[in-house]
Design a protein around this ligand. Structure first.
Ligand SMILES: CC(C)(COP(=O)(O)OP(=O)(O)OC[C@H]1O[C@@H](n2cnc3c(N)ncnc32)[C@H](O)[C@@H]1OP(=O)(O)O)[C@@H](O)C(=O)NCCC(=O)NCCS
Length: 170
């Protein structure tokens, strides 16, 4: 079970099966799906939501709760083998809550959790080149642009560069 992390206007807490309805409602948005991997569908159905919640109950996957409902997701996905002290961070937020600094606060909090509680040395992620809002979130949270992976991504038939952002423990 994910530990609870309290933010100024939100709570990060474990996903629950009864989040499926609000998850489907907030996730069903092409403006979210276009910046995520293929597994995040549009349209995003109630069945997709139930399946996600059943399959993704891991300790480092948090629902973002605002006003009593789950409106987004943030996770740390630990890498394996020689990269076992690195985790990948991933996140999305309901468009109704964009632009309030919420995800920057969530990324900061989850990154600190990774360093302090999981003994990670590094957290990183790939951002599609066109996703300026996500790049900005990472920069505000202290992540550094380490490189441009040229033509590394194809999404909706568009081929793009991907940006590698990372933060390491002090
Ligand atoms: C990316 C996302 C998580 C941002 O969440 P958020 O809570 O709105 O983020 P914040 O409010 O903390 O910060 C957003 C920043 O991006 C900026 N921004 C927003 N749109 C932008 C754009 N088109 N170009 C440049 N900057 C932009 C905002 O102005 C803000 O920066 P500022 O504080 O300097 O003004 C949200 O837009 C989202 O869920 N997008 C779809 C899924 C996704 O992209 N996930 C990440 C995949 S790597």
């Amino acid at each position: 079970m994910a530990s609870e992390i309290r933010l100024s206007n939100a709570l990060l807490r474990p996903w629950r099966l009864d989040d499926a309805e609000s998850l489907a409602r907030h996730a069903n948005n092409p403006n979210i799906a276009r910046n995520l991997r293929e597994g995040f569908r549009f349209p995003y159905t109630l069945d997709n939501a139930r399946e996600f919640i059943k399959r993704h109950v891991i300790d480092t996957n948090w629902a973002i709760e605002v006003g009593g409902e789950a409106v987004g997701d943030v996770l740390l996905h630990p890498r394996a083998d020689v990269q076992r002290r690195t985790a990948e961070i991933g996140y999305w937020l309901s468009e109704a809550h964009w632009g309030n600094g919420l995800m920057t606060e969530a990324v900061r909090a989850v990154t600190a959790f990774g360093f302090e509680r999981l003994d990670l040395l590094r957290v990183d992620t790939l951002v599609f080149d066109r996703n300026s809002a996500s790049a900005r979130v990472l920069e505000k949270a202290g992540y550094v642009l380490e490189g441009r992976l040229r033509l590394a991504v194809i999404k909706d038939d568009e081929v793009m560069d991907a940006l590698l952002y990372a933060i390491v423990r002090d």
